[in-house]
Write a protein that binds this ligand. Structure first.
Ligand code: G3P
Length: 229
């Protein structure tokens, strides 16, 4: 299962990469707008920061199928053919997915708010299917259930696609989908931090280290004790 960072803030991405086994970065037009800099420069910076094997997903903003294809070509020429081209599941986007795939580019179908949208995007050739979990919840649809349902449909029909669940607001939503065995999730650095951070862990370790300091007469580490003259 892949863990991706849903952000374009280079410092925040570098921070996540410094402590979590993250597999890449996803962006969308809103995420790039929050950085407020030239988006091409920002994407190039992110590409440079990421390890070679890591994924980068960038969303098209064109609204006609032909323009989407031209945009996919231009983005891949700039950022590499291993880029994941995010295509919204509009009518024009569904038409673009097989054509972009036929060019040899990788596609992530995005903006998914129902199981059938996800299934059709996979059938059209998208490698990743990105259901918007929290946004569905906001519409009164169980986003976790839809994402898990798409995963099940992909496996039942032996489609070579994976769910890349997005739009999370809390770590519980992520946990449920890890349990369901989906292929990938993408989340903001704050949500990712809550997947591993726990104040009870910090308190337990601090207590143990206090006890050790009392034993050895100060905040000495094993290195201090073992290399002391
Ligand atoms: O990248 C797409 C998705 O994560 C959108 O998230 O927070 O705008 O619902 P959000």
């Amino acid at each position: 299962m892949l863990i991706l960072i849903d952000d374009a803030d280079v410092a925040a991405i570098a921070d996540v990469l410094s402590y979590l086994p993250a597999d890449g970065v996803t962006t969308n037009p809103t995420i790039l707008s929050r950085v407020g800099k030239n988006p091409v420069d920002v994407l190039c910076e992110i590409r440079e920061l990421l390890p070679a094997r890591a994924q980068l997903h960038v969303q098209l903003v064109s609204t006609t199928t032909d323009d989407m294809i031209a945009e996919a070509k231009a983005l891949c020429a700039e950022l590499g053919n291993d880029l994941y081209v995010k295509i919204p599941v509009t009518r024009e986007g569904y038409a673009a997915i097989p054509r972009v795939t036929d060019l040899g580019f990788r596609v992530t179908a995005t903006g998914i708010h129902s199981s059938m949208q996800g299934f059709m995007a996979a059938k059209a050739g998208a490698k990743y299917i990105a259901p918007y979990v929290n946004r569905m919840d906001n519409y009164g649809i169980d986003g976790v259930r839809v994402a898990a349902d798409i995963h099940k449909m992909l496996r039942t029909h032996e489609l070579d696609s994976d769910v890349l669940a997005a739009s999370f607001k809390n770590s519980e939503q992520v946990l449920e989908l890890v349990r369901a065995g989906i292929g990938a999730i993408t989340a903001h650095p704050d949500v990712l931090a809550h997947l591993v951070g726990n104040p009870a862990t910090d308190a337990a370790i601090a207590d143990q280290n206090d006890d050790f300091a009392a034993l050895v007469g100060g905040r000495y580490t094993w290195t201090d004790l073992l290399t002391r003259e």
